[in-house]
Write a protein that binds this ligand. Structure first.
Ligand SMILES: [Zn+2]
Ligand SMILES: [Zn+2]
Length: 241
């Protein structure tokens, strides 16, 4: 049995949606300035950047998982290990099915935030959803500064152990955010990450530097907002709640 454990950041945005960094910048930063072995590029409603990252994999000492953060009718769902774009605006169940049909992993990011599938008051619906929705992983840690409370709820709900893998991601929109939330997995390749998720042995963890990151986001927020407006068709929320 492989006893090496490595880190993967499974939630990163590039400027193909509302992130500020380009794909080569993200890959170079992850390689040189973090101890991550695997990163997933999960732009809003596009896999363009993720596919580009995958094609550059050999030039960097980092493995890439192709992902997409899809705006469903009721909140964000992330598809990991996918090959084809999945459109926005479908139901959560349909979106999860499309991810599964491609052999991907359906992960619910920031489940109890405003754009989360369960919403800030959605803990009650969570039990029922576990039976109705065949998702594979729950992001129990998301390093966006304002999600402290939502993370706590996710960790608490998850403590029951529902046969779902726990994952962590940074939701980075700037280079400095990459790796601030991560998933610990057995092995060090993307294939081993997948096996570790399937075996439900991943753990969500948090990096240091929370306050520094919060300040950086405050500083960068106007630019992230502009990037979001520029890419509005991809980044707009589908849900009217
Ligand atoms: Zn999101
Ligand atoms: Zn995100």
């Amino acid at each position: 049995m492989n006893d090496t454990w490595s880190k993967a950041d499974l939630h990163i945005h590039s400027h193909h949606s509302d992130g500020l960094a380009t794909i080569p910048e993200i890959m170079k930063h992850a390689q040189d300035n973090t101890d991550l072995s695997v990163i997933a590029i999960t732009d809003h409603n596009t896999i363009e950047g993720a596919l580009l990252a995958k094609s550059l994999e050999d030039d960097f000492d980092i493995e890439v998982v192709v992902g997409e953060e899809i705006s469903t009718k009721s909140g964000h769902v992330i598809g990991l290990f996918i090959e084809e774009h999945i459109p926005a605006g479908l139901t959560v169940a349909e979106t999860i099915n499309r991810i599964s049909d491609q052999g991907g992993v359906a992960m619910i990011p920031h489940p109890f935030s405003n754009q989360g599938v369960f919403g800030p008051f959605g803990v009650k619906g969570f039990g029922a959803a576990l039976n109705e929705l065949a998702f594979h992983a729950l992001e129990t840690y998301n390093s966006m500064p304002f999600l402290v409370y939502a993370n706590r709820v996710a960790a608490k709900v998850f403590a029951g152990g529902q046969g779902i893998a726990a994952t962590g991601g940074s939701d980075a929109h700037v280079l400095q955010g990459i790796g601030k939330g991560y998933t610990l997995f057995r092995g060090n390749t993307a294939a081993e990450l997948r096996a570790s998720i399937d075996a439900l042995e991943t753990r969500a963890e948090t990096g240091r530097g929370g306050l520094g990151i919060a300040l950086r986001y405050a500083f960068h927020f106007p630019r992230i907002q502009r990037q979001r407006e520029w890419n509005w068709e991809r980044c707009k929320p589908e849900r009217v709640r």
